[in-house]
Every structure is written in C-alpha cells, then in structure tokens.
Design a protein around this ligand. Sequence first.
Ligand code: AMP
Length: 648
Amino acid sequence: MQNLYEIAVSRASDADERINYWREQSEFVDWIEKPKEILTKINDYFYQWFRDGKLNFCYNALDKHLVQRGNQVALYWESNMVHNSLQYTFNELHDHVSRLSGVYRQFGVSKGDRVIIYMPMIPEAVFAMLACSRIGAIHSVVFGGFSALELSGRIKDCKPTLIITASCGLEVNKIVDYKVMLDEAIQLANHTPICLIVQRPTKQCSMVIGRDFDYYTAMKFANPVECVEVESTHPLYILYTSGTTGQPKGIQRDTGGTVVALLWTMRHILGLKAGDVYFSMADIGWVTGHSFTVYGPLLQGCSIVLYEGKPVQTPDPGAIWRIIEKHKVVGFYTAPTALRAMRKEDPNGDWIRKSNISSLKSISMAGERCDIPTYNWIQSNTGVLINDHYWQTETGWIISCNFMDLHTFPSKPGSATKPSPGFVIKIMDNENKELETGQMGRICVRLPMPPSFMQTLYNNDEAFIQKYLADTPGYYTAGDAGYFDQDGYLHIMTRIDDIINTAGHRLSTAAMEEVLLKHKDIVEAAVVAKLDDLRGEIPVGLIVIKQGHDVQASILEKELVTMIRHDIGPLACFQSAIIVEKLPKTRSGKVLRGTLKAIVNGLQYKMPATIEDDSVLDKIKLNCLNYGKGMGQYCNLDFGNKDIYVEE
Ligand code: AMP
C-alpha cells in the first residue's frame, strides 16, 4: 500500500493527474474568482499556474482570519537588542496594515508599482510587506544593512515608487545607520522615490524635505484601504538573490501559486494548524524570511514570532529557548550556522535544558547542508524532529525534506530526506545523462516546476532561460550537486562549483568538511580547492577551534590528515589544515567559499557585498601566509598574491 507521501508524489508528478492534484490544493485558497485553468504552458520555458484565478494575498494572510481569530495574537515581537516585547492580534495587525496601504496610496503607489522594504526585524517590516500585497504593489525586501552600492543596484533595477526604511538597525555593539546608506544608494541609483522612515528611539535620522516622510505621522492621518483584486500571475514580490555581483538577479514570484504552495508547506511539511505559534529566525531579507517568518504561518492562521537578536551573545545561548518557552512555540526555523554558533557556546545543551520547550514539535533548517555533528547535537538535546530543508530563493518552497503531516520518514543526518511532491528530481552528469543511485551529479528538476517557482528574473527573461533552463532541455538546473542513496534519500553535497577534481577524482568538499567536524577540537570547517600543478586541485581545510580548546597546530593537522585518509581515502590528497579565528560568512550564514578559494589561491577578490564581517578576510590571508611560511606541517604551498581577479 502506498503511503500518503507516495500518493502525493505520484499524483503531483503525473502529467495528467497533477492538474487534479493542484486543483484540489487550490481549494484551500480564498479566491475572488476560482481558477479554471490550473496549468498553462506558454512555451518550452515558461509555465503559469492558476492563470485565470483572481485573489488578494493579504486577504488570505490577514482579513480572512478576522472573524474566527480576530483576537488571537498574529505577531509576537521579541527584541533582545532594545529589550522590548510587543504583540499584535489579527485585528490590530489588520488595522496597521490597512492604514499603511492607505499611506502607500497617498504617496502614489498603485497596483504593479514596486516598493523596496529596507528594514530591520521590527513589526513595521511585517506591516510593510502585507500592505503592499493589499493594494497589489510588488515588494522587494532588501536585507537591512546591505551596503549602499548593493541597495542602489536594486533601486536601479526595480525603480521603486516608494522605499520604506528605519533610521537604524541594531547589531551586537553596533548601530547600523540605514538612513545614511539609503541616502547614498538613492544618489548612486539616480532614481528618487518617496522614502517613508520609521524613526527608532535608539537613533533618529535627519530627513530630506519633500522626499522623506515620517512613518508614524503618516500613519496617524491614514485612511485604511481594502484589498484589491489581482490576477493569480500578478507578481507578489521580487527578491534579489544573495551572492550575486554585476547584473542584479531579481527572482520574481507570482501570487496565486505562492498561496497554494505555502499553504501546502504549512500543512504537510511543518504540520501547522491554525492557532499554533511558529518562530522562524530567518531575516525577512531572505526567501525563508518571506515564506516562514511571515507569510506561510499567517496564511495558515498561525501566530508568528519576529525576533530581533542573535542566537548567541544577545545576551546568551539561552535566548532562543526562552522565547520558545514563553510563547509555547510549536515549530522553530533556523539555519545550521546558527545552530553551530549555539553548539559552540553550549556544547552540552545546558542552556537548552534551562527552558521548558515541551511545546516544540520540530526544528527545521535550511540554507546549507547541516553537518552531522551539529545535527546530532540539536537532535539529542531537544528530542524533536530535525528537518533539513533543501530549497532556493528560486523555488520559493522546499525542494526536499521530511513531511510532518504526510509521512514522517526516519531522519538521516546529512540528508534533506525526500523530494517534495511536484519536484521531479534527476541527477545528471555534464552531458545530461541520468546517473544511477549513489552517483553524485547535477540536481535537475523536470519542468514544469510546481506552483510558486519563480516566474522569471525581473525584466530579464533571457537571463532566466540562460541561467536556469538552457543547459538541460526540459529541466531546471538548480546549480547544486548531490545524489540519491539506496533508500531514495536526497543528499545535497555542494554547489556545483564546489566539487573538487583531484587527480581526476570528483570529490565533495562538503564530505571532507563533515570528516573534519568529527574532530573533538573543531567547531567549524570549510574545505576549498587550491590549484595544484600535479593533481589539478587539492583540498585545503580552514578550521575554527572550539572555545577553550588548546591545540598544537601540527599535531592537529596530522590527526585530520589521518581522518580524511581513513574516511574518504588517500585519493583526496588532503594535507593542509589552516587554523583561523572565524570563517567569512554572508549575513544569512553561508560560508563565502568562493572568496576563501580566492584567498587560498592567492587571487584577488572583490569584497562580497553580503559579508557579515569584512575584517575576517585579512586575518585569514595572514593565517594562510604564515602557514605557507612554515607554521603548518606542509610548507610547500604558495599563498602569495597573483594578479588574477575573481568574484564570489
Ligand atoms: P538561497 O537561494 O540563497 O537560499 O540559496 C540556495 C542554495 O543554498 C541552494 O542552491 C543550496 O546550494 C543551498 N542550500 C539550501 N538549503 C540546503 C540544504 N538543506 N542542504 C544543502 N544545501 C542547501
């Protein structure tokens, strides 16, 4: 007998039956006009979901809950930066959002216009997102604190009618001056929108007369507005992907397909019921922030928790667990990097045990592969389902994971379990030949993609086709490499660029990192390829030592070399482990492997716009040079500067 997961997979992937399957799923949406056309093929590259349907996104996330849950808390705000907590019922959220839509209108924003949201994790950011969809404006959330240059690129690309921002964002021991960056970005972009500014008590900013308007004053005089009807294919948002350089890559997402897919996700992946409390730590600047921090749980009638703070240091590694206890959180969403930070400061889970987290049923994470030691740490200290979600900004929801309310598979640490219904994944080699079970290759997903997949790159259909669809006809190329194991579990090992070719052997740097992380003294590791005259590429490990552990570099390195030889094989040619204080990361927690690779190869690099702490790179350079000068075991590596320029 097929289980519910198998039934859903076979229905959602069958050419005829998928129409019925997704029609049934669309019944959970409050449509103004129900779609009759479920899936429309425009040409070999473009498809549309629920094309003739009409709806309003904000109505589905907010207004539709008012009768039954008007007095239920919709939004809890916890700030460990300003030591404040607030809460808003659905009624109160509706009041703020509908008036903010009125403010947008007053400033000339109408259906189809773009609004950039450049905000810290404060309630007004959530109001700002919902207020756009209420009037059919297309938002583009730009991660708060992105540089002026990056922000200006997005302004130039989507030409917003209005930008909503705050006077500042707050980091540990640092105030990030959003307004200064905004002023510079507008100048650079040569496009002047209206700016609506939330003045934060911590630091207020000056205003440009005629261009800048105070949020609270505008809200005082605002008239609430009702939801407007939009087509299912009307863009809900544009989200620029992280790590891009040059031409901005604006992922454009539809409205109808997104409501359908997110409701599916909430029910079947997270197992959420209306009234549950969901806490996602993902910043609203990322796709996970859109789908899990704000939209998905609200669509499902859940309460969301918005957190301004860090997993550690604000003030301690118990911060998250206290919030979970306080709000009886049912599901928690984070990234492996946050868990590693917590593990580093709480290796035995003592901080976790200080709180009563018995309400919690699952912890999900995404953004990168979760290494096995971190997985085991969180699993053994919480006892809940740990769900490794594989997804991308491009897909809008989860490509592969475990399913709480469909069929919960036994977890396998290091694997993103099984593909979500609708994602027909094939593992292909470079010649588009399908590979066998166990063989690692390119992750390709058969077209048509399920609902909520990106519609295109904003204003750039050609780049969309070239980047994602041209290489493997009939498939979407995810840009990752992985394999299916004997049990059909998907293992995402690395970005395609991170596969290392040593003496003709294709090796995963992620697999090597996994081995390094098994060492008792190591808390974080990145393995990157260094060009080698003899073998093409050889792996170099950059490692971070656990706090308080005293190690001797050469002995540690020998142990690591032995471990890799044992677990992966001598063919890996792993010889070098360089101790560094910190790994360079994006603000969303991804290790900047491209830049590390450049440093290790002595190449010039552009400072990645998304980097969290730019002082890390110079220190790593120095670590490499010192290592090359003879402080490590193998000293024949040249880390000197070459005149070649690369970008992350
Ligand atoms: P982004 O669009 O910035 O969220 O990044 C998506 C990329 O993050 C994917 O293409 C993968 O390379 C990586 N990624 C996301 N989730 C996972 C996961 N669970 N396991 C491994 N890699 C992941």
